[in-house]
Ligand binder design. Structure first.
Ligand code: GLN
Ligand code: ZN
Length: 769
């Protein structure tokens, strides 16, 4: 290999593209099909048209090789379950009767049959459906979807490359099925699964695939030697297959680490690596193993997960280094473009100058094409693009939006003491007990009350100008009144205002903080037909004025019981937004924390004695590799403390997280130094309470006794039993009584009944103390 010939051969490609279409046509067609308004054939036609127009766009933009098989009606992991025939027993009849209907039944469940579990795809905000496997699982190859989509692209005269979820990743992401022992390891099914992949590879070759991409993102996580051995064996066997196309193994989201030598030496023809921020270590590791002689390297130099314009010169220099390390270096995004919105062009509310800092899927595609051209034909052929890129980067770097001197000097002046409460917990607890005068086992909720149709209508009316700000305020106040009087009547001890004014717990604050941008069309798939528009954390963050104080103060004016102020924590504000890539995440978190600290201060000054700062994303933001956890947890917990430490000792700080297993971050939860934490616990029978106790967690906690994910109303006896279980781990002086999470997705009737039972349970158990 010579760098020169590797450069001349450079091509452009992507791993995947947003599925929804410019106006979310796919969502509309699928939801129409569910409601019976769109026929299966019409849905298939819409899907085929979207695939066709995506491929044409990619090809017209100059992408040399388009991906196929990345399209999905719901989720690509569910598609893989279908491809390998691992349909759970309970869904088999439905799938056999009607493949499309059965597919959606697996995704969403039916009246009688539970869906597959859904969970986050690595550290993205995309959710996949978890395969359920067991010792009796029989795999059978079903290559129909992959073959059909490949043929569609080939028929358009395009060079196309099918993309599959790899066998190792598929098994590592699966879980034991319902009737299977919990310690069953799906990876033990590898020998049964590989022949199915062999069959699919043969079918794809017969259909005309020159290359097939096999995705193994699970190998960027910490893996045991046995797991790495399994990967080695899998690709030795795949490599040895006689009847297959050339194989490209793809990794993304982070560095491969110990898996890099395994994949680099596998007897296949190519490797795709992430060379953006998170995968930068791949470069050194690749050089250390002597590169990929004789192979194709697909270089992910354009970040597929953020929305910032690429630094083309920096990417070119990475590519130049890579040229000496493989026979052919292709340019790509670091991962599928599924994780970014489609196109910046329709955005009207963002200033044109700032819009140029952003790159969504379409813009990233153009960057990839430009880089491949520069690599293959020399940078002299892309001078105009480079000049424009330099100007955009300079405009971003020099903008007052990204560099607010007041925010910067305040953040720089933060001391260790600013992120510590003045008194230790025990002293604070005594002061709070005296100040709040709560009973043992105090009752509270997590914040939101049912988001009714009327509330959504009120917001829509305000946006459309059908009502004015005063009219909107009236409607929200009426709702707050209703929520407060219900809680008083029910006998809840620490009240909330119910969050009726919030569309979303991140967006609500993002809209009010300077430095955040909102998009009109920046939809990204969260799961199935659910799309979200994450706000963009673009600049230095400041808070021009109080964000929650008037609503909280109003609620407090209606009652003599304490009303809890309700904020979203700095880590969650980052996790559910697109974040800056021009400074460390910790710096951004600190700016958000300082803005929240001001809000906390203003709440306290206006008479709020209990303030909750939610951090449901603390755990999901954990980096993929354990070696990166300590640094993350250090800035994350500091940011939380910085936002909450400016208060008096008798002001009680709460936090909330929505998961039931958190053994790996219990120390971090302790480090938050919140006075009270509420957690999800109802389904796991108070498992978190035991975990906190095992850790010696010294502060107050409210493990949930009401599972809000279901419309089911827990009986008072059931809630009391959970409380008794909680009391075995946490003493009565430190145990709170609350639901698992906010009530915004619930309806009023079940909310009413459940909270009445929750209060009754607290009273019963208090009587037993
Ligand atoms: N306070 C928020 C609510 O009750 C918390 C939501 C969450 O934890 N996801 O809705
Ligand atoms: Zn929650």
């Amino acid at each position: 290999m010579t760098p020169k010939s590797a450069a001349a051969a450079a091509r452009s490609t992507v791993h995947g593209y947003p599925r929804q279409g410019p106006n979310r046509e796919l969502k509309k067609a699928i939801e129409g099909y569910w409601k019976g308004r769109v026929t299966a054939d019409a849905l298939r036609a819409t899907a085929a048209e979207l695939r066709r127009s995506n491929w044409k766009q990619l090809a017209e933009a100059g992408i040399h090789e388009v991906p196929t098989g990345d399209f999905s009606y719901y989720d690509h992991v569910l598609d893989t379950t279908v491809m390998v025939g691992a349909i759970p027993e309970r869904h088999r009849a439905a799938v056999e009767a009607d493949a499309l209907g059965g597919y959606f039944a697996m995704a969403r469940g039916t009246q009688d049959v539970a869906p597959l579990e859904m969970t986050k795809w690595f550290d993205t905000n995309y959710h996949y459906l978890v395969a359920e496997l067991g010792p009796d699982t029989v795999f059978t190859a079903d290559s129909a979807k992959q073959v059909a989509e490949l043929k569609e692209a080939l028929a358009l005269g395009l060079t196309a490359r099918p993309v599959l979820v790899g066998p190792i990743t598929y098994l590592l992401l699966a879980k034991p099925g319902p009737a299977v022992p919990a310690d069953f390891e799906p990876l033990t099914l590898l020998d049964r699964l590989l022949p199915v992949y062999a069959e699919i590879l043969a079918d794809l070759r017969a259909a005309g695939a020159e290359w097939v991409q096999i995705d193994e993102p699970a190998l960027v996580q910490d893996r045991t030697p046995a797991e790495l051995k399994a990967a080695e064996r899998a690709y030795r066997e795949i490599g040895a297959l006689a009847d297959r196309s050339r194989v490209l193994i793809a990794s993304y989201f982070d560095r491969l680490g110990d898996a890099l030598p395994v994949l680099a030496k596998a007897p296949v023809e190519g490797l795709a690596l992430d060379f953006t921020e998170s995968g930068a270590a791949n470069l050194d590791a690749l050089a250390a193993v002597g590169g990929l002689p004789g192979k194709r390297l697909v270089a992910g130099v354009v970040n597929g997960r953020n929305i910032w314009v690429n630094d083309l010169e920096k990417s070119l220099s990475t590519l130049a280094t890579l040229l000496g390390l493989a026979d052919r270096v292709d340019v790509a995004a670091s991962c599928s473009l599924l994780h970014v919105p489609l196109d910046t062009a329709p955005e009207r509310d963002i200033e044109p100058q700032i819009l140029r800092w952003l790159a969504f899927a379409k813009q990233k595609t153009a960057e990839i094409v430009t880089l491949a051209k520069g690599l293959a034909q020399g940078t002299g052929t892309i001078t105009a693009e480079l000049a424009a890129n330099r100007a955009d980067l300079a405009s971003r770097a020099g903008s007052p939006i990204t560099h607010d001197p007041a925010v910067r000097s305040r953040a720089a002046a933060v001391t260790e003491a600013d992120a510590r409460r003045a008194q230790p917990y025990t002293e604070r607890a005594a002061a709070q007990r005296a100040h709040l005068g709560l009973p043992l086992l105090p009752t509270t909720t997590i914040g939101s009350f049912p988001q009714t149709g009327e509330l959504r209508t009120a917001r829509a009316d305000l946006r459309a100008g059908r009502i004015d700000a005063a009219g909107y305020e009236e409607r929200i106040k009426a709702e707050i009144q209703k929520v407060v009087s219900f809680q008083e009547k029910t006998g809840i001890d620490v009240l909330v205002h119910g969050e009726p004014e919030r569309n979303d717990m991140v967006q609500y604050f993002a809209e009010q903080l300077t430095g955040y941008l909102a998009t009109q069309h920046g939809w990204v798939q969260s799961y199935g037909t659910r799309y979200v528009r994450p706000p963009i954390l673009a600049g230095d963050i400041s808070r021009p004025e109080p964000m929650t104080v008037p609503w909280t103060r109003y609620a407090q004016s209606l009652t003599s019981r304490p009303v809890k102020g309700m904020l979203t924590g700095p880590v969650t504000m980052l996790a559910w937004s697109f974040v800056r890539d021009d400074q460390p995440l910790g710096d951004t978190a600190r700016q958000v924390a300082l803005a929240l600290r001001d809000e906390v201060h203003d709440l306290e000054t206006s008479g709020t004695s209990v303030i909750q700062v939610d951090e449901p994303a603390l755990r999901e933001t954990l980096p993929l590799r354990a070696a990166d956890h300590p640094a993350y947890l250090a800035w994350a917990t500091e940011a939380f403390r910085l936002s909450t430490s400016g208060v008096r000792p008798d002001t009680q700080i709460h936090t909330h997280m929505c998961y039931a297993e958190f053994g790996d971050i219990v120390q971090a939860i302790d480090d938050l130094d919140a006075d009270v934490i509420s957690l999800e616990a109802a389904r796991s029978h108070m498992q978190v309470a035991r975990e906190l106790a095992a850790h010696g967690y010294p502060r107050e906690a409210g493990p949930g006794v009401y599972d809000i994910h279901s419309p089911r109303v827990p009986s008072a006896e059931e809630a009391a039993d959970l409380l008794r279980t909680g009391l075995k781990a946490i003493p009565a002086e430190r145990l709170w009584v609350n639901p698992d999470c906010g009530l915004k997705t619930r309806a009023w009737p079940e909310t009413r009944a459940s909270l009445e039972n929750l209060v009754a349970a607290a009273r019963t158990v208090r009587g037993e103390l």
